[in-house]
Write a protein that binds this ligand. Structure first.
Ligand SMILES: [Zn+2]
Ligand SMILES: [Zn+2]
Length: 204
């Protein structure tokens, strides 16, 4: 991450109906070379700044949320300008709506957010030549090995707040009440499923 980036940063869609502000630096910036990102962008990789959604301020404009399949099978929500349909950020199943993957190319000055890591380089285009200054991994990675301590702390706070909101009772799809702890177990089960069952060419 560029330590001198002047936050907040602003960005928006092409027709300028949607404008947003990133209030702080993101948690981490992924440059993803997976085949899903290649198809969804029509380009050779996607550059996503992962940040708590309450740090992304919508200044104006109407958003259109498009449910899109993902390789995990859990789907992603791509958030687009309702007018010009340019995608400004996404939510994945893992972090849900609480985490936004802001498309760095929609920032007014995307140069402020270079990638912190290149992921899924096993499927990168051969003409994309990566230097050694930024870590790169063939598929995904262990968060604790790469994220700065401050970002790990922010993530812990986010999870605690989310689980706190669900406690003491979370109403299941069948109408039954479940505790926040039960929901936490379900989340862990889902994430272990993702770790073990998902084929490699996925974004996350
Ligand atoms: Zn627009
Ligand atoms: Zn990807």
């Amino acid at each position: 991450m560029n330590p001198v980036a002047p936050f907040p940063l602003e960005g928006g869609c092409t027709c300028r109906a949607v404008r947003y502000r990133l209030l702080t630096k993101p948690l981490f910036v992924h440059c993803c070379h997976c085949t899903w990102c290649q198809r969804e962008t029509g380009a050779s990789f996607a550059l996503n700044a992962m940040i708590e959604s309450d740090r992304v301020l919508l200044l104006h404009g109407e958003l259109n949320v498009v449910n899109t399949p993902s390789n995990s099978g859990l789907g992603q929500k791509i958030v687009r300008c309702a007018k010009c349909q340019v995608a400004v950020w996404s939510h994945y199943a893992g972090g849900g709506d609480a985490v936004s993957f802001v498309r760095v190319g929609t920032l007014d000055h995307p140069n402020h957010l270079p990638p912190d890591i290149h992921i899924f380089t096993s499927t990168k285009q051969p003409w994309v030549i990566l230097g050694t200054a930024t870590p790169s991994v063939p598929e995904y990675y262990a968060r604790d090995d790469y994220w700065p301590p401050e970002s790990l702390e922010r993530r812990s706070a986010l999870l605690a707040a989310r689980d706190g909101h669900r406690s003491p009772a979370y109403r299941g799809a069948d109408g039954s009440c479940r505790t926040g702890a039960a929901e936490g177990r379900e989340d862990r089960r889902r994430s272990s499923l993702r770790r073990t069952c998902v084929p490699p060419q996925r974004c996350r």
